[in-house]
Design a protein around this ligand. Structure first.
Ligand SMILES: CC(C)(COP(=O)(O)OP(=O)(O)OC[C@H]1O[C@@H](n2cnc3c(N)ncnc32)[C@H](O)[C@@H]1OP(=O)(O)O)[C@@H](O)C(=O)NCCC(=O)NCCS
Length: 190
């Protein structure tokens, strides 16, 4: 069997990614309060995992997201022109050898329905196909989460299948999920 050759390249430095009128910027510890508040939204608590139990937990989560040195994720806070937190976007489970990763996101209730998630996912994927040179990015969401399905579609992903009771979400129940993927040579969304 042929050996896998090229060693993974070093992790990228955190950087800012402007997307139209919003900015994807690296997380800061100062975002902990806004992150905590966002997690209180029932939809985010349900579809992005259980809310952190304490302020210390939130600070630890934000600190992990701010630290890209592990090389396995690129995580941004989505903010407006006044630096108010609008959402979260992560390319995570980055595997530089296999050249694949997963994308995850949420948007605060007041900012939903304006295309922020779809545009942020598209922009982060375009970067990930260029710089870490990924070939495939996967996106999973519970079947019931229709808004997330629409985000996947608008961000140029193709639905590949249904995974039965594949993930336990914030409501404590295992849900069927839809698996979507976007490949580096898929046509980008219009
Ligand atoms: C899913 C989520 C990130 C979408 O963020 P957003 O910035 O509003 O997304 P966009 O505006 O780019 O697109 C949302 C699309 O879903 C559609 N949508 C919203 N609610 C819907 C519903 N209940 N059923 C069907 N479509 C719905 C919107 O109409 C829009 O589509 P359109 O542009 O064709 O009108 C946001 O709703 C959210 O954070 N939800 C809670 C947490 C979550 O689900 N995270 C993702 C886990 S996989």
């Amino acid at each position: 069997m042929e050996e896998l050759s090229a060693p993974p390249s070093p992790p990228v430095e955190p950087f800012e990614l402007p997307v139209d009128d919003v900015l994807l910027r690296p997380w800061r510890i100062a975002d902990a309060d806004a992150f905590w508040l966002a997690q209180r939204d029932p939809e985010i608590a349900r579809w992005n995992g259980s809310p952190a139990a304490s302020r210390e937990d939130v600070v630890a989560i934000v600190a992990r997201r701010a630290n890209w040195s592990t090389g396995d994720h690129a995580s941004w806070a989505i903010v407006d022109a006044e630096d108010a937190l609008l959402g979260s976007l992560s390319i995570h489970r980055i595997d530089l050898l296999e050249r694949d990763a997963e994308v995850g996101y949420w948007v605060v209730p007041a900012a939903r329905g304006c295309g922020i998630a779809a545009r942020a996912v598209d922009a982060a994927c375009r970067w990930a196909f260029e710089v870490p040179d990924l070939e495939r990015i996967e996106l999973f969401h519970a079947v019931e989460n229709r808004a997330s399905a629409r985000v996947a579609e608008k961000a140029g992903f193709t639905q590949e299948g249904r995974l039965r009771r594949s993930h336990r979400y914030g409501d404590g129940q295992r849900h069927d999920e839809l698996l979507w993927a976007r490949l580096s040579d898929d046509p980008p969304p219009r």
